[in-house]
Design a binder for this molecule. Structure first.
Ligand SMILES: CC1=C(CCC(=O)O)c2cc3nc(cc4[nH]c(cc5[nH]c(cc1n2)c(C)c5CCC(=O)O)c(CCC(=O)O)c4C)C(CCC(=O)O)=C3C
Ligand SMILES: [Fe+2]
Length: 352
């Protein structure tokens, strides 16, 4: 019988946190091998790769994503320490060093038995959830004989967690405050996420369609909270960026730039671009939104601001702690939630 008087480790049964991310190049020589890692076997046309490579070279061949993940780790370490939660944090990526397989081997060597994984993507889909689960499974399978691989559990899709929502609301409020006074009330709230193939979107989540539904849900929540905070109800909508793949394959639309053209035609007063689909300001945000979409808005004469992503916002960092404790408690009680272990085939669609 566990003794209720004993103060248990609130993270029990977990003995480590693993931050799981996409990875990005550190220097110009990394760009091409990184892109090869991302697109291996995925049928991305060569021309698209050359275009995307140029985005990275424009930023000195260095993606912001690795520094941002290190900043998130430092912030979560502080947050956990401040709450007397003893949980070492590891970090591994899908497409660049530190690679997940190396990190999971190190965890095994360190004696980690069971780790909780925080993926830097808040939504359900093959790209944003299932592929990471597959990467984790492969990393566990690759642990060399003689070492015991840790058991890895993934934190649920957390797009609707109050900490993630609050960070995004704050980003919108700051962006609105920065708009000229005469256009602020008329600003359109344009939520942006990564486009994915429509077949992938249709197959996302246990019953399909989760990727778009989750984004629409959180966009509605954020827009309501912004309305409550400012006393002004602004129209909001969801658009997409970073379309890849073959031009013959349908991906989610409208593209943010195309939509800005339409909004200019409708005479919208101003726009706030909200990168709600992204956890930090990585290349998709600093290129596709800050470089490209803001230039489109400028050309069209629409005053526009880009809201900050969750990043290391204190509300998001506190939310990560809450997500850890929520899951640990559910595992101790034997009551994991529906999204805590994905049903077989979830998000697979025609990849099954
Ligand atoms: C849903 C989603 C997220 C959000 C969830 C998450 O965060 O995971 C995301 C994030 C990211 N995507 C990133 C980079 C790239 N994504 C590519 C290609 C693709 N992304 C896709 C989807 C997503 N991608 C898909 C369906 C493809 C087609 C190929 C395939 O079916 O897999 C390509 C290939 C070139 C191109 O065509 O763009 C690159 C370079 C970076 C790193 C940025 C940096 O370096 O700072 C990050 C965080
Ligand atoms: Fe991507």
């Amino acid at each position: 019988m566990p003794n209720p008087d004993q103060n248990p480790n609130p993270a029990d049964p977990y003995d480590a946190l693993l931050l799981v991310s996409f990875g990005g190049p550190e220097k110009p020589e990394d760009v091409v091998p990184f892109l090869e890692n991302v697109t291996r076997g995925r049928g991305i046309p060569r021309e698209r790769l050359e275009v995307v490579g140029e985005h990275y070279f424009l930023f000195g061949g260095r993606s912001p994503i690795n520094d941002q993940n290190q900043a998130l780790i430092a912030a979560v370490e502080q947050e956990l320490a401040a709450h007397d939660i003893d949980l070492p944090i590891y970090w591994g990526n899908r497409n660049w060093a530190p690679y997940l397989a190396d990190t999971v081997e190190q965890m095994a060597a360190d004696g980690v038995r069971r780790a909780l994984c925080l993926v830097t993507s808040a939504y359900s889909s093959w790209s944003s959830c299932r592929q990471y689960l597959d990467n984790l499974e492969a990393a566990v399978a690759a642990v060399p004989e003689g070492l015991t691989a840790p058991r890895l559990d993934k934190i649920r899709a957390y797009y609707d967690h109050p900490g993630f929502v609050a960070a995004n609301v704050d980003g919108v409020l700051t962006a609105l405050a920065d708009l000229p006074d005469d256009v602020r009330d008329g600003a359109r709230l344009v939520f942006v996420t990564h486009s994915i193939p429509t077949t992938m979107a249709d197959a996302s989540g246990p019953t399909g369609g989760a990727y778009v539904a989750q984004h629409l849900e959180v966009a509605g929540i954020v827009a309501d909270q912004v309305a409550a905070a400012t006393g002004v109800t602004r129209a909001h909508e969801l658009v997409y960026c970073s379309r890849s793949g073959s031009p013959h394959t349908p991906w989610l639309e409208p593209d943010v730039n195309d939509r800005l053209e339409e909004l200019a035609g409708e005479g919208v007063a101003a726009v706030v671009l909200i990168p709600v689909g992204f956890v930090s300001d990585h290349m998709e945000v600093v290129y596709d939104l800050d470089t490209e979409a803001l230039a489109t808005a400028e050309r069209l004469g629409i005053p526009a601001r880009r809201a900050a992503s969750a990043g290391t916002h204190p509300a998001f960092v506190a939310g990560v702690r809450e997500l850890i404790l929520e899951r640990a408690a559910a595992e101790r009680a034997g009551t994991p939630g529906p999204c805590d272990s994905c049903p077989a085939g979830c998000c697979l669609g025609d990849r099954a």
